[in-house]
Design a binder for this molecule. Structure first.
Ligand code: PLP
Length: 424
């Protein structure tokens, strides 16, 4: 039996068996079609079974399937690293490969800690984090997330952090930034860095943050000489409408973690990008300064080939522009629903290929404990749409090339769900 991820082992609906994918659609064994409105956990940026990505993987498999990357190298890994660095305006200098978002984050944290260790600043062992954060399920990634149902059983194992509320908008953001500055003014010498999901804290409830706030956090990191560590596992590769959120906000992270959309969602591959400054602390013949980290499948050639093809598609004229148009289309559709059912949804927001609203709920704590989640997923499936609400937060994060017809199906399903929702 499969132990399904993030799935209660009693009382869950039986998983839906899928047999085929095409563009923004998935098909079940009975031939029923579903709009993949969440792009399969935010990965399928070009939709399912994109012929150019499949062809690139197939070509790669005919020459080199896999080889370890310690002591060896190969063209797909080299080409992809060069491409990622070029697309990052050469702000970054090195690419460390791994397999998924959690490992990309884990590597970011370990590199950051060892950077200071190599500079003999061993007293630095505190990561600054925000309460809406989610960075993955490995122990380091859980440590820099906000406290949640997900990481509570492991609390005693997590390493040292200092948590701030997530700075969203207006006065509360201002107060948080003031508190952050006063903390850094006093404690910067023990701080490794500030870990943040730039512009959108995703799994924590699609909580947005302004570019101005992100800029100010980056400025504080610089002023107090702590590292800026950006988790772009969700926001990277076009999701916010720019290739990277750090580029959109014009901030300069020291390290950035990428995964999810990197291969267009087709193969598991992740990358952690670092600046020259970070790498310089490891450029030593002292074995104690080596970064002893590496996963077996690191730099997997078909994964790199998929990523190269996916990046080609992303950088093709029109793709990123299209995301801006998609943002508008989704905002308009949410606003139509809000006009009709203003008492049932709130906080409509959209950025790039992310659009969100909160179902109004009075009687229970919103978030993962929100009991209507399963009913909503079921209702959406019945309408031929795959949704995965984060508690009372309903979001649409489709493939960037989703058709208007599929958007209509998606928002018609959402409208039905909202209509039947009882705020109570
Ligand atoms: C911002 C962010 N970081 C890290 C992760 C973890 O990625 P993975 O599930 O590939 O380990 C996720 C997954 O949702 C994420 O949204």
């Amino acid at each position: 039996m499969i132990w399904h991820p993030f799935t209660p082992q009693l009382g869950s609906d039986a998983p839906l068996k899928l047999v085929r994918g095409e563009r923004e659609y998935l098909f079940d064994a009975a031939g029923k079609r579903y709009v993949d409105a969440v792009a399969s956990w935010w990965t399928m940026v070009h939709g399912h079974n994109h012929p150019e990505i499949i062809a690139a993987i197939t070509r790669q498999l005919q020459t080199l399937d896999h080889a370890m990357l310690a002591g060896f190298t190969h063209e797909p890994a080299e080409r992809l690293a060069a491409k990622l660095l070029a697309l990052s305006d050469n702000h970054f200098a090195h690419v460390f490969y791994s397999d998924n978002g959690s490992t990309a984050v884990e590597i970011m944290l370990k590199l950051a800690l060892q950077y200071w260790y190599n500079l003999s600043e061993v007293q630095r062992n505190i990561f600054v984090k925000f309460d809406a954060a989610y960075h993955g399920d490995t122990v380091g990634a859980m440590s820099v997330a906000g406290d949640s149902l997900f990481n509570r059983p492991f609390r005693n194992l997590l390493f040292q952090t200092h948590e701030f509320a997530h700075p969203t908008e207006g006065e509360s953001a201002e107060a948080i930034l003031v508190a952050l500055e006063s903390y850094l003014a006093e404690h910067a010498r023990v701080v490794v860095g500030i870990v943040i999901e730039p512009l959108i804290a995703a799994a924590g409830g699609m909580v947005f943050q302004t570019t101005e706030t992100l800029k100010r956090i980056a400025a504080l990191a610089k002023k107090y000489n702590v590292l800026l560590l950006c988790d772009e596992v969700f926001t990277g590769l076009g999701r916010t409408g720019a290739l990277f959120a750090w580029q959109k906000a014009q901030v300069m992270p020291d390290i950035v973690a990428l995964a999810k959309g990197l291969t267009g969602g087709v193969l598991p591959l992740a990358a952690t990008l670092t600046t020259k400054k970070i790498h310089a602390a490891f450029a030593s013949d002292d074995p104690a300064k080596t970064f002893y980290h590496g996963h077996t499948m690191t730099g997997n050639p078909p994964g790199c080939a998929a990523a190269l093809a996916s990046l080609d598609l992303l950088m093709r004229p029109g793709t990123l522009e299209n995301i801006k148009a998609l943002e508008e289309k989704m905002r308009t559709r949410w606003q139509t629903i809000a006009t009709r059912y203003g008492d049932k949804i709130s906080n409509v927001r959209a950025l790039g290929a992310v659009s969100v609203a909160n179902l109004v709920t009075h009687s229970e704590k919103p978030g993962y404990v929100f009991s209507a989640v399963n009913a909503i997923k079921r209702q959406a499936l019945a309408e031929g749409v795959i949704l995965r609400p984060l508690g009372n937060v309903i979001y649409v994060t489709p493939p960037y090339n989703i058709s208007d017809a599929a958007l209509d199906i998606t928002f018609a399903a959402i409208e039905k769900i909202v209509k039947h929702h009882e705020p109570a």
